[in-house]
Write a new protein. Structure first.
Length: 141
């Protein structure tokens, strides 16, 4: 049985501080860095899943995990703030999808999904929502 690892190895910095800094690339965003770490963890964890899940839960979890930083990156590359917010919304949906898949994997006893793991998903969702709100306020002001 695998154990879900905490995927927040970065220093905790207010998302508002990050937004105010000069962001040159999506790679400067903590939400992108954290979600990239989540991709790596997901691939490592799903390696231990049964072979029968190769085209099922394993594949779905890997695709959901990859979708989070991919949509953050694509949104950041767009010209309009509204498009950026839309892609962050898609990343948020993929993150919720991945969280659900971890719960399913845990219920099937493929891995452990603890309260700590659940809190890490909640924290990353809050960070993404905070950036979305900050960008929305930028549009409205």
């Amino acid at each position: 049985m695998c154990v879900f690892l905490t995927f927040f190895p970065l220093r905790r910095e207010s998302i508002f501080t990050v937004v105010e800094k000069s962001i040159r690339s999506h790679k400067d965003l903590d939400i992108w860095k954290i979600s990239m770490f989540l991709v790596k963890e997901t691939y490592l964890i799903t390696k231990s899943f049964p072979v029968t899940e190769k085209f099922g839960l394993t594949s779905q979890m890997q695709r959901s995990a990859v979708s989070v930083p991919s949509n953050i990156a694509e949104g950041a590359a767009r010209k309009s703030t509204k498009e950026y917010i839309n892609f962050l919304s898609i990343a948020l949906g993929s993150l919720s999808e991945l969280e659900t898949q971890y719960i399913i994997a845990s219920q099937l006893q493929y891995c452990e999904f603890s309260k700590t793991s659940e809190q890490e998903f909640i924290n990353l969702k809050k960070m993404i929502r905070a950036l979305m709100n900050k960008l929305s306020n930028k549009i409205n002001n």
